[in-house]
Design a protein around this ligand. Structure first.
Ligand code: MV4
Length: 491
């Protein structure tokens, strides 16, 4: 086992990784920017090194400086977390060249998953269902028209290089198709320096369902069931849950087998996620994420498996030590991403100082966070404050616990998206498990968020978490929150 691991990330995920290290008696090294000198994760580490200025390009993305610190501190392995360098094949390779273990898959596997067209072709060949379309680049828009007639409109044009839905365009007829190809090309060119695009049938009522995978270097591969991540906005996930309300044992068996096939098709090792789109009873491979994901805790809650510990064990050459039939599902977990953003102002980020902070707890609640009272959320990085995770015996119980925890949460000083989560968790369509990736628009969630905020004001409980109240009012608000929780609609 490793003696020292460098964590090439920040915030809650850096702390999450270091917690596993501490349990395993592994020394931790943090690298941080000048903006994060006083951050919790830098203090949590056994050793912390400043690697540059606040912009990520001058710190968290500096491969040279991170490797310098690794060498200086005798770190045998690097955990990249998610984002930043986590899916950068150059970084994975450079680590290897220096004899440092990259805690993740090989650069070859990262590359194989990185190009959407290549990945799709590989999966098709391996017998994994893919979205109907042409799994080849579109040479000229005119030839695309013939293909589109065959597939049937509407179709969607996607960039091969990027992720996150950047540049994607839907076309309902030939005319729209020509302009869609030009548009997606142009966006892809400027965003990724690669104007390769491809076409698929546009799926209706799609749900985003992904499978967590673990694979060791002895050829053993298992899946840890699914997560449903359909509640998202502009390709930013906001609420995830495991299992999926739409899953049956038969479907899980089929999708799980497809996920393992996909994993083997690119000789994958370590933790990864196979993303599927589910539409009208069928499922299709979408892409493979070659990293630990933000939403991994919900899988940990229902399987009892510590994914980060498994990652470290696998990277150190250990065995998975898990059989598929040993992996069960115990209860139901939900994650709400708590972001410093204003859901009533187009989810605008709200960086600034958190003047008062009290996170929820109690049975079935886990909070993964890197903030505290007095912490300043930097405008240089994403606006996630914490991940609030609930666990219950049933989905209903998990929702009840989450709502209870959301009402306990006090975050003062910045705008926060807690009212958004309250609105979704009380939405009848959500309660019924009727989820699609268009949930927020289809069910007019923003109107319900407004109602939550107005309702709280009306009751005279101006919840701190809803509006970012003045620090001096906190004592009064805390008392009011207590009353509110107690009196809250018991219907
Ligand atoms: C689609 C689709 C419908 N049909 N492909 C969005 C991000 C990128 N990874 C793929 N995405 C989609 N691809 C076909 N053929 C709908 C989406 C989509 C989506 C997918 C996953 C999660 C959220 C989404 C939100 C809007 C659209």
């Amino acid at each position: 086992m490793f003696n020292t691991i460098l964590v090439a990330n920040r915030g809650e995920i850096a702390i999450r990784v270091m917690r596993a290290c501490r349990e395993m008696d592994i020394k931790t090294v943090a690298v941080h920017s000048e903006a994060d000198s006083n951050a919790l994760f830098a203090k949590y580490a056994d050793e912390a090194h400043c690697i540059g200025l606040p912009p990520a390009s001058q710190s968290y993305l500096r491969i040279d400086r991170i490797l310098d610190v690794a060498e200086k501190t005798d770190a045998e392995a690097i955990h990249p977390g998610y984002g930043f360098l986590a899916e950068n094949p150059v970084f994975a390779r450079e680590c290897g060249k220096m004899g440092i273990v990259f805690i993740g898959p090989s650069d070859k596997s990262i590359n194989a998953a990185g190009s959407k067209i290549t990945a799709k072709k590989t999966m098709e060949k391996a017998g994994v269902p893919v979205i109907p379309g042409i799994s080849a680049e579109i040479e000229d828009p005119e030839s695309a028209i013939d293909a589109a007639e065959e597939i049937g409109y509407p179709v969607i044009i996607k960039a091969s290089a990027g992720g996150g839905g950047i540049g994607m365009k839907i076309a309902k007829n030939a005319e729209e198709l020509v302009s869609a190809v030009h548009s997606t090309r142009a966006v892809a060119k400027s965003a990724f320096g690669d104007d390769t695009v491809f076409m698929e049938k546009y799926l209706l009522q799609p749900r985003h369902i992904e499978f967590q995978i673990l694979a060791d270097s002895y050829g053993d591969t298992v899946h840890l069931n699914e997560r449903e991540c359909s509640i998202q906005r502009r390709h930013q996930k906001l609420i995830e849950e495991s299992p999926s309300p739409v899953m049956t044992p038969e479907l899980r068996e089929k999708m799980g087998a497809a996920a393992i096939k996909a994993t083997r098709a690119i000789d994958y090792t370590n933790a990864g996620t196979v993303e599927f789109m589910y539409s009208l009873g069928d499922f299709y491979f979408l892409e493979m994420n070659t990293r630990l994901q933000v939403e991994h805790p919900i899988t940990e809650m229902v399987t009892g498996i510590d994914i980060v510990r498994k990652q470290i064990t696998i990277a150190a050459g250990g065995r998975l030590d898990l059989e598929q039939e040993d992996i069960g599902i115990n209860g139901w977990a939900i994650e709400c991403r708590i972001n410093a953003e204003d859901p009533l102002n187009d989810f605008a980020p709200s960086p600034g100082r958190i003047t008062r902070y009290r996170s929820p707890g109690g049975p079935g609640i886990r909070v993964d966070s890197g903030v505290h009272t007095g912490y300043t959320i930097s405008p240089f990085y994403d606006s996630m404050v914490s991940k609030l995770i609930s666990w219950g015996q049933t989905r209903e119980e998990s929702i009840e616990k989450m709502l209870r925890a959301l009402y306990e949460y006090i975050i003062v000083g910045v705008s926060i998206n807690v009212p958004f989560h309250k609105a979704v968790l009380r939405n009848p369509h959500f309660i019924n498990g009727e989820l699609t990736t268009h949930f927020i628009e289809d069910f007019d969630v923003l109107t319900q968020v407004r109602a939550v905020v107005e309702g709280e004001k009306e009751k005279g409980v101006t919840l701190a978490s809803a509006i970012g109240a003045d620090d001096r009012k906190v004592a009064a608000i805390t008392a009011a929150v207590k009353t509110y929780i107690v009196n809250q609609d018991r219907k």
